[in-house]
Ligand binder design. Structure first.
Ligand code: TYD
Ligand code: MG
Length: 454
């Protein structure tokens, strides 16, 4: 029987019978590649009644005790996992090459091994000697981690079968190679097969598995999206090049809150935890400078203060530039439009640059007002009042919407020495626990109060 090849989109995993330059399902360009079918077929029966075994059904009443989590002692990591590592869970850690995934996972493996978990670290990218050298540099040589340099999935599974570890770390899933799939390592079908084999094996044997996945330039874990669906938890390890800060972000977690972040700093001796990230993202704040605003944000369950920096200058080009780092460029365009339409402040003919200090990425709409404040401060060349944090969402009408967890944001600001805040909210204007609070009714009022003429 001739094998029918098929074409799979690396972005969304959809299957088609012919190649095309653009995936019809998700619209991604150049993401489709040829692959052999997963189960090549003679002798396979069609699915249908009477051909499988009847599965046992249960109800929802049975009491389940929550799993005992393994605490690594690395607080930033444990929190992102939702309070420690859940037994028999599958975790994917994605990130750019060189961002520090192997370092993070070697530290994780050592921490958990020292807590008594039998841990196997399988490197498909580095020789054992290299991993040992890194361990030496990190002062982890004495941690009871079992090490192997291997890419053959069959041998890895056999070893895991006999060794029965509590945790296996696979660095990386792109280097793994299954002899049941006849395409090259790193191809979509290999990545998917490896992830599938490892996660199902882990579930069956009550072992936890952490898969490392490289991310493509477009920010996707190379290989199909289905890898993300297979695992319980997806963490991204991110950071700006040239910054030593690294952020471990949960984008999916069946055992804890998504959007939680852990902050690390890459040092000469590995990753150090940063338990007070606000201090870090605020940089050295001397005299208040035009274009700088402090946003009191919430990342996951934790308040984080960040400095937003804007630069506004007359453009030499016919089309002014809009450059954003760490914030959504569509959202910036929206705020510029609202400032123009509702407050009569045009940005035509002006280049606009917006930067989130420290290499953090903000996605909260509550940053709107702080962004607007930074833009106006840069445009008017007027520094914002010192020791003031700003937050709140701007709607298209120019109205301001209160941000969730106002209390927590104010508390964090106060803890870091800020004495006042500008934030929308109904009830009262005045002081909240020592913080002077200004509550503008809408954007126009904010502009008038903060910058004089609107
Ligand atoms: P690595 O963990 O190998 O990245 P990944 O597995 O994501 O590709 O980290 C590589 C970078 O980290 C490398 O540029 C050197 C830097 N690094 C340090 O700065 N300090 C350290 O202690 C270690 C181990 C690495
Ligand atoms: Mg690596």
């Amino acid at each position: 029987m001739a094998k029918s090849t098929r074409f799979v989109c690396a972005a969304c995993g959809s299957v088609s019978s012919k190649w095309s330059g653009r995936c019809e399902a998700c619209g991604e360009w150049n993401s489709i590649s040829e692959e052999a079918p997963l189960t090549a077929g003679p002798g396979k029966q069609a699915l249908g009644a009477g051909r499988g075994r009847t599965m046992p059904l249960t109800d929802l009443r049975t009491e389940e005790t929550p799993p005992t989590r393994a605490i690594s002692g690395m607080g930033e990591l444990d929190r992102v996992l939702g309070g420690g590592l859940v037994p028999a869970s599958a975790i994917l850690v994605g990130g750019d090459p060189g961002i520090g995934k192997s370092t993070l996972l070697l530290q994780t493996a050592s921490a958990l091994a020292r807590k008594g978990l039998k841990t196997i670290y399988v490197s498909g990218e580095e020789a054992s000697a290299q991993v040992r050298m890194r361990a030496q540099r990190l002062g982890l040589s004495d941690a009871p981690v079992l090490l192997a340099a291997e890419t053959a999935l069959r041998d890895i599974l056999t070893t895991l079968e006999t060794e029965k570890p509590d945790l296996a770390i696979i660095d990386s899933v792109q280097t793994m190679w299954s002899d049941t799939v006849d395409s090259a390592p790193g191809s979509v079908s290999q990545v998917r097969a490896a992830a599938h084999e490892l996660t199902t094996f882990a579930k069956r044997r009550g072992m936890s598995v952490i898969l490392v996945g490289h991310v493509t330039k477009e920010g996707q874990i190379a290989g199909p999206r289905v890898v993300e669906h297979m695992v319980d938890t997806v963490l991204y390890f991110e950071g700006e090049r040239g910054h030593q800060f690294r952020i471990l972000r949960a984008v999916k977690n069946r055992f804890g809150p998504a959007d939680e972040i852990g902050v690390f700093e890459m040092t000469g001796a590995g990753l150090a935890e940063v338990s007070n990230p606000s201090a870090l993202f605020l940089t050295d704040r001397g005299e208040p400078a035009p274009g700088s605003a402090v946003f009191a944000g919430i990342e996951g369950t934790r308040p984080v203060l960040v400095e937003l920096q804007a630069l506004v200058a007359p453009t030499p080009h016919s089309q002014p530039r809009r450059t954003v780092v760490g914030w959504d460029s569509g959202r910036l365009a929206m705020i510029l439009a609202v400032l123009e339409a509702r407050c009569g402040i045009p940005f035509a003919g002006l280049d606009v640059y917006l930067n989130v200090a420290g290499g953090l990425r903000i996605s909260e709409p509550a940053a709107d007002l702080a962004v607007a404040a930074a833009l106006l401060s840069a445009r008017e060349d007027v520094a914002l009042p010192a020791e003031t944090v700003i937050f709140g969402e701007i709607s298209l009408s120019g109205a301001l919407r209160p941000a969730p967890q106002t209390e927590n944001r104010l508390k964090e600001a106060q803890k870091l020495g800020f004495s006042s805040a500008i934030a929308p909210a109904g009830e009262k204007s005045g002081t909240t626990g020592g913080m002077a609070l200004t509550r503008p009714a809408d954007l126009a009022q904010f502009v008038a109060e903060t910058f004089g003429a609107g």
